[in-house]
Structure formats: structure tokens, C-alpha cells
Design a protein. Structure first.
Length: 83
């Protein structure tokens, strides 16, 4: 009960804090985007997809120890080939 009260007080203080309020009337600092930047961004959007790699092969080399016999170790090789 006491914890819930403390959390409610913190939430109320954070939600009404003027220091955390954002002023949206001021534009962000920095220069406007140039035409060159716009062209580069458009070209990148056309040429670069967001899909996963179509051909990605993975090779994993793992070392494993037996549960009850730490001295008994083996090496396992695994390969995943995208078909």
C-alpha cells in the first residue's frame, strides 16, 4: 500500500514537472536539410531495402563439456546455409 502511494506521488510529480515539459514552439537547432541531403536520402531509400539478407550463411563452432564430466569435452561444427 505504501509503495503504491509513493509510486503515485512520483508519477504525479513527473507528469506535472515544468522541467520535463517540452516546448514545441521552438524549431530544433541546426541547419535545414540541403537539396544534396534530400537527394542522397531519396537515392538511399530507393537502392537500400529493409528486408533481411537474401543469402546469408552462418557457421558456428561450439565447444561443449559433458554435464557430469567436465574433463570430457567435444567440439561441434554447425553450418546454416540459406537455400
Amino acid at each position: 500500500m505504501k509503495t503504491a502511494f509513493i509510486l503515485a506521488c512520483i508519477a504525479a510529480a513527473v507528469g506535472t514537472s515544468p522541467a520535463l515539459a517540452q516546448d514545441t514552439s521552438t524549431p530544433p537547432a541546426g541547419a535545414e536539410k540541403s537539396t544534396k541531403t534530400g537527394v542522397l536520402e531519396t537515392g538511399a531509400a530507393i537502392l537500400q531495402g529493409h528486408a533481411p539478407l537474401s543469402e546469408m550463411d552462418i557457421y558456428l563452432d561450439g565447444f561443449h563439456a559433458a554435464r557430469d564430466h567436465a574433463g570430457h569435452q567435444m567440439e561441434a561444427h554447425r553450418s546454416v546455409v540459406d537455400a
